[in-house]
Design a protein around this ligand. Structure first.
Ligand SMILES: [Zn+2]
Length: 377
């Protein structure tokens, strides 16, 4: 690197490659194996797949347990953060138990939502869709409506204070009976317009077929649906989500490539996958980050999006996920922008809102890249 040249609209850093040719800042980033982490963090972002109950800061979990009069297991981090490699998804899901013990009042839910908004702002999110199953938070007798309202208040205050907008997705759970999931289905239908989507989460060993009536009802109410599928189970769960449960997006979909016909269909119809790289390794949906299909799927033309899944159970954030992909697969600005634009295209928002978010994304993206380069190489 030998000079900094100020252009009319932007400052451009020039370097020479080994052949003596000039490289611009953008060339460096798109070709570099290790993108600058500060730059990744500053880039604007949206996120489609993030759970509230797995993203509560440890200090808040501790505070809520004490408020609930419950013992705080120590060391708390070991009880709440999943190891780099769990045996399977169920093993990972057990790490949510303590957070759920803690999240049993509207006050806790509201505050957890508010602080998650702050965390999103630290990652320069413009918009995020955050999901949870409110019938896991009603053990103290609070209604699921009170729980939902509390989360909406927390996110609204977060929007005012931190500038990040959050849409709530409600989750039915595979391992709950259809009767018990009625609580969340009816809640969703009653709150059409306040929530943005509906999901099926939980133990993927259970087929979603028994929950079909709920998804018919939610779909009829005009609520968009995403389904966790082909993460802990094979691609047949993904086919079921599309053919039986009205899914417009797929949570994870890691094992899609095991069925080439289905993969071609997903490509042809541009059905988006909500990939969560670190979490996918933790749950053993893929052996290592090197075996993760994100790069293969992107190159094959699958509409992939990159997400975090959790900020606590998975100790990561979206900037960290992109950094990991940059380091593993050599991803640069091109791949980040492409996957972010795919995410925006598939947000559960009206088209007018989508255009606003896309315009804001491009405005902020250009601003970040036009800033003078002061470090990183
Ligand atoms: Zn998930």
């Amino acid at each position: 690197m030998f000079s900094l040249k100020k252009g009319r609209f932007k400052t451009v850093l020039f370097c020479l490659n080994p052949s003596g040719q000039f490289l611009t800042f953008t060339d460096l980033l798109t070709k570099s194996k290790t993108m600058d982490s500060t730059l990744i963090r500053k880039l604007p972002k949206v996120e489609l797949h993030l759970h509230l109950d797995t993203s509560v800061h440890l200090d808040l979990i501790r505070k809520y347990l004490i408020r609930e009069g419950k013992p705080v297991p120590e060391p708390l981090a070991e009880f709440c953060i999943a190891p780099a490699k769990c045996e399977n998804l169920l093993d990972y899901l057990h790490k949510i138990d303590v957070a759920l013990d803690a999240l049993q009042s509207p006050e806790s839910i509201e505050e957890a939502a508010y602080f998650l908004s702050r965390r999103l702002a630290e990652n320069h999110h413009i918009y995020a869709e955050v999901r949870y199953a409110p019938h896991l938070n009603n053990r103290n007798g609070h209604s699921v409506q009170d729980i939902l309202d509390a989360s909406l208040r927390g996110f609204e205050q977060g929007r005012k204070d931190f500038g990040v907008e959050v849409g709530v997705i409600l989750c039915a759970l595979r391992h709950f009976t259809p009767e018990y999931n009625t609580l969340v289905t009816e809640l969703a239908v009653r709150n059409t317009g306040k929530i943005v989507g509906f999901d099926l989460a939980g133990d993927e060993n259970q087929s979603g077929a028994g929950q079909k009536a709920h998804f018919d009802k939610v779909h009829s109410a005009g609520i968009p649906i995403t389904i966790h599928a082909a993460e802990a189970w094979g691609p047949e769960r993904l086919a079921e989500a599309l053919d039986l449960l009205h899914a417009r997006r797929i949570g994870h979909g890691i094992r899609l490539e095991e069925d080439s016909d289905l993969m071609q269909r997903v490509i042809d119809q541009q059905i988006p996958l909500e990939l969560c790289p670190t979490s996918n390794v933790q749950t053993n949906a893929t052996a290592t980050i090197e075996t993760h299909p994100a790069d293969r799927y992107l190159k094959a033309g699958v509409a992939i999006t990159i997400n975090t899944d959790a900020y606590t159970t998975t100790p990561s954030d979206l900037s960290g996920e992109y950094e990991l992909l940059a380091g593993t697969f050599g991803w640069g600005l091109k791949e980040i922008k492409l996957t972010q634009e795919t995410a925006i295209r598939n947000l559960f928002v009206p088209d007018g809102k989508r255009k606003e978010i896309l315009a804001e994304f491009h405005r902020r993206w250009n601003n970040v890249l036009n800033e003078p380069v002061v470090s990183g190489f």
